[in-house]
Ligand binder design. Structure first.
Ligand code: GUN
Length: 296
């Protein structure tokens, strides 16, 4: 029997609607609309697309969003000065510095400059440090990893005691999602470019989160029958039958995996929409923190 589809588009839409309603309730009470500032340095085309999508989503949820762009040759001081200005702006509740930054800029120093209470991406070293420690609570959880966990929870996947394999150890997805899975009491194996016999490790996985950016890397016969597969990859491959000349595929060979897995996310329409929905949720939370609501 083919796997159940985990429809990120539908789940994200419901979350976006929930955020929109809570924003409306705030405004009704006379509280300010949440405000998000994005900072885009340089002209990375993928980053430009992502930032545009984030602004559009904010607009639809009645969240105010203000985009700042800096040239690719902006200095470290210029980027940090902009972040500090946004830290001091009471109308801005959340700050998102789109990554990756152009070569030559110190990403860690920029992220460290963002006010902890406005760190809607959850990449501030203190937020990530808290995520990695037992009994500590980060103020914000990075959007894509939080979106992965939301999909797993929404699909009723039992994580406690499950074998989870995470493919990839990036700061943005692989590492934080691994930390979240540990917090959910899964037994987590992180696989990366130096891992020996990845397919054998994946065969033991009840839950697989693939985030390596390699088109259709995971084959269907690597999966344990009934496994839950969350595919974070968004890769372009050539497709001459399409007008655009390409199509998007994940890190998992979907057509093979769907015959073996118990549940699987499609690409596109799986994790992607969740990232934006969680960003809106985090921005609302930032506004609630600014109201003086300690729990956001
Ligand atoms: N680049 C890729 N994903 C993300 C994200 O979630 N946030 C930011 N700021 N940059 C990214």
């Amino acid at each position: 029997m083919p796997a159940k589809l985990i429809d990120g588009k539908v789940i994200a839409e419901a979350l976006r609607e929930e955020v929109k309603q809570k924003v409306a309730e705030r405004i009704e009470k006379g509280l300010p609309a949440p405000g998000l500032a994005t900072v885009l340095v340089g002209e990375n085309p993928a980053s430009q697309v992502y930032v545009r999508m984030k602004h559009k989503a904010c607009q639809e949820a009645d969240i105010i969003s203000i985009g700042h762009t800096l040239p690719a040759d902006a200095s470290q001081e210029e980027v940090e000065a902009l972040v500090k200005e946004l830290n001091a702006d009471p109308d801005i509740h959340g700050i998102l510095v789109q990554l990756p930054l152009p070569a030559g800029l110190d990403e860690e120093r920029v992220l460290n400059t963002i006010s902890l209470q406005k760190d809607v991406d959850g990449f501030h070293p203190i937020n990530i440090g808290r995520l990695a420690q037992k009994g500590r609570e980060p103020l914000f959880i990075p959007a894509t990893p939080a979106g992965v966990m939301y999909l797993l929870e929404d699909s009723g996947v039992e994580l406690s005691g499950a074998n989870a394999v995470v493919l990839g150890r990036s700061n943005i997805v692989g590492m934080p999602v691994s930390l979240l899975l540990v917090r959910a009491n899964a037994t987590v194996t992180i696989c990366h470019s130096r891992t020996k016999d990845i397919s054998a490790l994946i065969r033991e996985a009840d839950v697989l989160v693939a985030a390596v950016g390699m088109p259709e890397f995971v084959r269907g016969d690597w999966l344990k029958p009934g496994a839950v597969v969350i595919d974070v990859g968004i890769n372009r491959i050539e497709d001459t039958t399409r007008k655009s000349g390409y199509r998007l595929v994940g890190d998992v060979a979907f057509d093979e995996a769907v015959e073996v897995a118990g549940a699987i996310t499609p690409v596109p329409g799986g994790v992607g929409p969740m990232t934006i929905a969680v960003l809106l949720q985090n921005t609302l939370r930032a506004a609630r923190l600014a109201d003086g609501n300690k729990n956001g």
